[in-house]
Design a protein around this ligand. Structure first.
Ligand code: NAD
Length: 358
């Protein structure tokens, strides 16, 4: 259904990421970014300089009480997400929350249920699932080109930026986890995570987690704020082929290797046992370069207009937080295996999808 009016939006949080949301939303004809909100006047002055047409305020209640505002996008620190998103949904506004969606699973569940009750769109900022390389990888995996997906390994590391309220897993791993869940299309059943707090006491700057999936799948994720290089590498290992995704590569972000190990069917003695290593061609698929955040912002608006469930819904946000929460628990227990409950899966199954259309 075509909207009869532009969707009026407000953005809260104008630090590093918020202005990127304002820029992308502002470039979409279906919407109008009416107000930007931040507690910091300097950040608001910066926004006014970039986008003179936008009203600014330090008071979130102005957004909440503005009946013209259809939707609020939240790009503030993680610990503020729940309170701001809850107020937004209670005020009847479609809500976009940056990753990770909230500080724990029960907060996420409350937001998902509130959005459902009020028939509002709740979307999480899992930007990478809107990127061309990740979407291409999903297509390749889904069509069976790499055979059975055996495991995924992911490394997301750089020097800093050190956060005071969250560790490196909560900061960086939401991207890895959301990509992995998007590709795997199944649920994590157990998490192990180890880490070290080298710089700030109690806040791990290096973490290493492993995930087990309900379909038997496996993934490892390494995150660090203590690496000399910016690393953004994922490997998708299939039974027939392997995909290397390096997001730092300017053009050739995905390489598909025709490599595998073939295990002979049966040998009687160990000496006779030889693996067959297959080395074939490598090819680089073409990717159309579009800014993922623009695709993500457009998708949020489309969901508001059509009532369709977002590709990174509140539930998807909750599944990511579920893994992070389990990782935190495992960190406390020196890397012990932490099982993920099936409660959120029940919520996924029991939920009906009905959204109000603007
Ligand atoms: N999707 C992505 O790729 C991506 C990239 C970077 C950051 N993020 C996410 O965006 C969010 C913000 O990150 P950032 O790096 O921009 O942080 P930041 O610290 O640079 O900016 C946060 C801003 O929020 C403001 N703020 C804090 N509490 C507020 C409140 N209650 N009301 C109004 N303003 C408030 C602060 O003054 C600050 O300007 C985080 O959730 C982060 O994970 C997402």
């Amino acid at each position: 259904m075509k909207p009869t009016k532009k969707i009026n939006l407000a953005v809260v949080g104008c630090g590093y990421w918020g202005p990127n949301l304002i820029r992308n939303l502002g470039s979409i004809p279906e919407c109008h970014v009416k107000i930007a909100c931040d507690r910091d006047q300097e950040r608001l002055a910066h926004v006014r300089q970039l986008y003179p047409g936008i009203k600014t305020t330090t008071d979130y209640e102005v957004l909440i009480n503005d009946t013209e505002i259809d939707a609020i996008c939240i790009a503030t620190p993680v610990w503020t997400h729940f309170e701001l998103a809850k107020k937004s949904l209670e005020a009847g506004k479609h809500t976009f929350v940056e990753k990770p969606m909230a500080s724990n699973v029960s907060q996420c569940r409350e937001l998902v249920e509130l959005a459902d009750r009020n028939m509002l769109i709740l979307m999480t900022g899992h930007t990478f699932i809107y990127s061309a390389p990740v979407r291409k990888i999903k297509k390749i995996v889904m069509c069976g080109d790499i055979g059975e997906l055996l495991y995924i390994s992911s490394q997301r590391m750089n020097l800093g930026l050190f956060q005071k309220d969250i560790n490196t897993a909560w900061d960086l791993a939401p991207h890895d986890i959301s990509i992995i869940l998007y590709i795997m299309e199944t649920h994590v059943t157990a998490v192990n995570c180890q880490g070290e707090a080298n710089i700030n006491t109690g806040i791990e700057d290096v973490t290493n987690m492993s995930l087990k999936f309900s379909n038997g799948g496996f993934a490892t994720i390494q995150n660090s704020w203590l690496d000399p290089n910016k690393v953004r590498r994922m490997t998708f290992v299939g039974s027939k082929r392997m995909i290397l995704y390096d997001d730092n590569e300017p053009l050739e972000k995905i390489k598909i290797y025709d490599k595998r190990v073939e295990v002979p069917p049966h040998y009687d003695t160990f000496a006779e046992f030889h693996y067959a290593y297959h080395y074939g061609d490598m090819y680089v698929p073409y990717l159309k370069q579009v800014e993922p955040l623009k695709v993500e912002c457009k998708h949020f608006l489309d969901c508001i207009i059509t009532g369709q469930e977002p590709n990174s819904s509140g539930l998807d946000g909750m599944h990511v937080v579920e893994v992070l929460e389990a990782a935190s628990e495992s960190l406390k227990r020196e890397g012990a295996r932490v099982e993920i409950s099936e409660i959120s899966q029940e919520l996924t199954n029991s939920r009906t999808k009905k959204y109000a259309v603007v």
